[in-house]
Design a protein around this ligand. Structure first.
Ligand code: NAD
Length: 292
């Protein structure tokens, strides 16, 4: 297939490279020249004009920073410029309302479109092992699925347009809460005189077990290899966790729910981010605990 890929940053770069490996012809567009140069090296055709990139393609994939940018790119450069009947896949993490808005506009213009945000970071994007949670009609999902399968290990239909984003922010709100809880439990265990490895051995096979403990342990030298073993570098940046928690709180307000633990997680990550930790892995929040 001929596929336009818009937004070839940390995530999009590897995803586009995997589409090339799967045999697709990729038209790459990004505002940043280094991103375009890297895409060229990975076998994409680089375009400096988005409208030219989407001309004549079967599908458009986007991986962009936020909802305002996604809305502007589709309204200005994609809808009405890609061939009628093309399928659009927005893989960015954005707010549910913007996702539904863009999909409605695409459908009104004669296109099929899904929101398909991802779970998994840069390593999963490079390795083609992302999980995609997908919102949209059955027809749009069926058309998007083989494209997503070339970039991921799991592609799950979450229901109507916007439901991919809803799944993503609910999942990441839970992740933020779990991580803070895991950090607090390890900090408290140590203060009470428990060896952290002993606490891990007990809790990882007891009812406190969770992904933040057994797959991403926030203490160096305990559990599997994780960003904690690398000075809290790499992994999932605090700034991105905060972005997702803000999206979750906005969605909660719209839906008329009041998730108190999610709100507290957002406050704690806001403070950690503001203290100069935006690029530090989100498990690094454990460093703020144990005092006072
Ligand atoms: P990034 O900043 O590295 O990449 C975004 C790219 O979009 C950049 O190359 C930028 O130049 C480009 N861009 C911005 N505005 C543009 C425009 N108008 N037209 C064309 N290109 C434009 O960000 P990223 O880490 O790749 O994240 C992308 C998306 O994936 C975000 O929505 C993020 O929340 C989500 N996400 C990221 C991770 C992660 O670990 N990095 C994990 C899951 C989801």
């Amino acid at each position: 297939m001929k596929i336009a890929f818009i937004g070839l940053g940390n995530m999009g770069g590897g995803m586009a490279a995997n589409l090339v490996k799967a045999g697709h012809e990729i038209h790459a567009f990004d505002l940043a020249e280094p991103a375009l140069a890297a895409a060229r090296e990975n076998g994409c055709a680089a375009f400096t004009d988005a409208k030219e990139a989407v001309a004549g393609v079967d599908a458009v994939v986007s991986m962009l920073p936020n909802g305002a940018i996604v809305k502007a790119v589709y309204a200005d450069d994609v809808i009405g410029h890609a061939p009628q009947g093309a399928v659009f896949l927005d893989c960015s993490t954005i707010d549910v309302a913007s996702a539904r808005d863009v999909i409605a506009q695409a459908e009104a213009g004669g296109y099929a479109m899904v929101d398909a945000p991802v779970s998994g970071g840069i390593a999963a994007a490079n390795g083609g092992t992302l999980t995609f949670m997908v919102g949209g009609t059955d027809e749009a999902f069926t058309r998007a699925k083989p494209i997503l399968e070339a970039m991921g290990k799991a592609v799950i239909h979450a229901g109507q347009a916007g439901n991919g984003q809803a799944a993503k922010i609910c999942n990441n709100m839970l992740l933020g809460i779990h991580m803070i809880g895991t950090c607090e439990a390890f900090t408290m265990a140590q203060k009470l005189g428990l060896d952290p490895q002993t606490f891990y051995d007990i809790s990882s096979v007891s009812s406190g077990q969770c992904w933040s403990m057994t797959s991403y342990c926030p203490l160096p030298g305990v559990g599997p290899q994780s960003p904690a073993d690398n000075g809290y570098q790499g992994g999932f940046a605090t700034g991105l966790m905060l972005k997702d928690l803000k999206l979750a709180m906005d969605a909660a307000a719209t839906a008329g729910v009041d998730p108190k633990m999610g709100a507290r997680a957002k406050e704690l990550y806001e403070a950690f981010d503001a203290a100069g930790n935006s690029t530090v892995d989100f498990s690094g929040i454990i460093r703020t605990m144990g005092e006072g």
